[in-house]
Design a protein around this ligand. Structure first.
Ligand code: NDP
Length: 483
């Protein structure tokens, strides 16, 4: 067994948690602990706040070019360590090594590079009040940012928060999910090597109720960027509201994926298989509700099942694996619960529906589940409304554009959607009427870092990405000069 001792990173030092307690960190592919993670609490958050407060004085006054240079070095070092980080992410999450290598780690480097250069190209607004005054806008870093992220895309999402927060001059206290802390730990080593001043980034590991809640409740952390489930997001909002914190919530999704009869079927099927099962369906943007125009319904299902059946499920560390393990036993139990529920609600399992036969001796006790396709469900049943966050999709036929827009919007979530059609007018029309923060047309997970990102309804509050992130992590001030 490979045992690595992860520690908190506070004031530029790797330190033990005050309690001295650690939690097992389990490798999902084997079901066995392979490292430990600090079981920190409010006392560790207090130490991190003290370090971040001290560091803010110098960091917030550093010229943008100097902050930029350090962030660019972090990006370079992430690329240098790509293989090491990808392997760590794969072991920690159960995701295929090939996915970590091509998506998660390159994106973490891009996040740092993007915001490192973005701060060199910003503009300030000016407003002339006729014959009265001249206004301009100053944007200040807000202070200490609390950054809380989930387990599905650990370094991808945490770096998407850390990079803009510190690029504009804040200091930060980050908390990864205790299920997937490893790349956050390695990132701290990289930040030290890159010359990030002590205390600018502090990493406090531990559980949500202990560390996450202490961050949201701390009076000196005035900005909270949270990505996670909707139920947790509600707790974060409740804790933050009385303290008037600025909060961004990126929450769950139950995303519609709409295939019109005029779509290029091969492209739509390939895109839909990816959007259904990438990262074992554990991406908030996965299209878990597929709607297919009735005239191509049967043909689509056949082709979709044929293509899904070809996905290679296996040991995440095997180079050829396309489907790895589910992150944890509770998450696997949740997937099984919804597959049972779907059948009670009248659904028929067209593919999968159970764990695969044994993969290998190493993975004998791992958390695996076969890609699962469910048909014949009513549109408004629980399986079609609640987020499963696993390798499970439903496929439902529709007869008209109006009907499918109704289906897509009949949901408490509003994160993302995909439309597959070759009719440009229809694409614009439907995109305008769908209530989701992102609408992809003939593609999925194309993520330009400049675009606004976030959800409607219970998928979140606020937008991140590009200028939205720079604005979120700064405080705008109007300076008004009389004429
Ligand atoms: P959770 O909401 O369970 O956890 C998210 C983070 O919040 C974790 O670090 C968790 O800690 C922490 N946390 C838990 N309780 C509290 C609390 N009371 N106060 C503060 N922080 C707390 O989500 P999951 O980790 O299960 O991730 C899956 C969810 O994330 C899905 O719903 C998915 O849709 C959503 N998500 C949304 C995205 C988006 O951009 N909209 C992107 C990716 C995922 P710990 O786990 O260590 O206990």
């Amino acid at each position: 067994m490979q045992t690595k001792l992860e520690r908190n990173y506070i004031d530029g030092q790797f330190v033990e948690p005050v309690s001295g307690n650690y939690l097992d960190n389990i490798e999902p592919a084997t079901g066995r602990p392979y490292s430990v993670v600090p079981d920190s609490d409010a006392r560790d958050v207090d130490l991190a706040v003290a370090a971040a407060e001290k560091a803010f004085v110098g960091w917030s006054r550093k010229p943008a070019t100097e902050r930029s240079a350090i962030l660019l070095r972090i990006a370079d070092l992430i690329e240098r360590d790509l293989e090491k980080l990808a392997r760590a992410e794969s072991i920690d999450t159960g995701k295929p090594l090939s996915l970590a290598r091509t998506l998660d780690i390159p994106r973490a480097a891009s996040n740092f590079r993007f915001f490192a250069t973005a701060i060199l190209h910003t503009e300030s607004e000016a407003h002339i009040t006729d014959n009265v005054a001249f206004n301009y806008t100053l944007r200040h870093p807000r202070g200490i940012a609390g950054l809380i992220s989930p387990w599905n895309l650990p370094i991808y999402l945490l770096s998407w928060k850390i990079a803009p927060a510190i690029a504009v001059g804040n200091t930060a206290i980050a908390k990864p999910s205790e299920l997937t802390p490893m790349t956050a730990f390695l990132l701290c080593q990289i930040c030290g090597e890159a010359g990030l001043p002590d205390g600018v980034l502090n990493m406090v590991h531990g559980t949500g109720p202990n560390v996450g809640a202490a961050i949201t409740a701390h009076p000196k952390i005035n900005t909270i960027s949270f990505t996670g489930g909707t139920a947790t997001g509600r707790k974060v909002a409740e804790a933050s509201a009385p303290l008037f914190k600025k909060v961004s919530l990126e929450l769950g999704g139950k995303n519609p994926n709409i295939i019109f009869a005029d779509a290029d079927l091969d492209v739509a099927v390939a895109g839909s298989v990816r959007s259904s099962f990438a990262n074992q369906g554990q991406i908030c943007l996965c299209g878990s509700r597929i709607f297919v125009e009735r005239s191509i319904y049967k043909g689509f299902i056949k082709s979709f099942i044929d293509n899904t059946s070809k996905l290679k499920l296996g040991d995440p560390l095997d180079e050829k694996t396309e489907q790895g393990a589910i992150v944890s036993q509770p998450q696997l139990d949740k997937v099984k619960f919804y597959v049972d529920l779907a059948q009670k609600e009248g659904g028929r399992i067209a593919l999968g529906g159970k764990p695969p036969p044994s993969i290998s001796e190493r993975c004998r006790d791992g958390y695996f589940f076969s890609p699962t396709v469910i048909v014949d469900l009513p549109v408004s049943c629980r399986t079609n409304r609640e987020e499963i966050f696993g390798p499970v999709v439903t496929i439902t036929p529709f007869d008209s554009e109006e009907e499918v827009i109704g289906y897509a919007n009949d949901c408490d979530y509003g994160l993302a959607s995909s439309i597959w059609t070759q009719n440009l007018r229809r694409a614009h029309r439907v995109a305008e009427k769908i209530h989701t923060g992102t609408v992809w047309v003939n593609c999925w997970l194309v993520r330009d870092l400049r675009v606004p990102f976030g959800g409607m309804k219970q998928s979140g509050v606020g937008r991140e990405g590009g200028i939205e992130a720079l604005h979120f992590f700064t405080e705008a001030k109007n300076v008004c000069l009389a004429r």
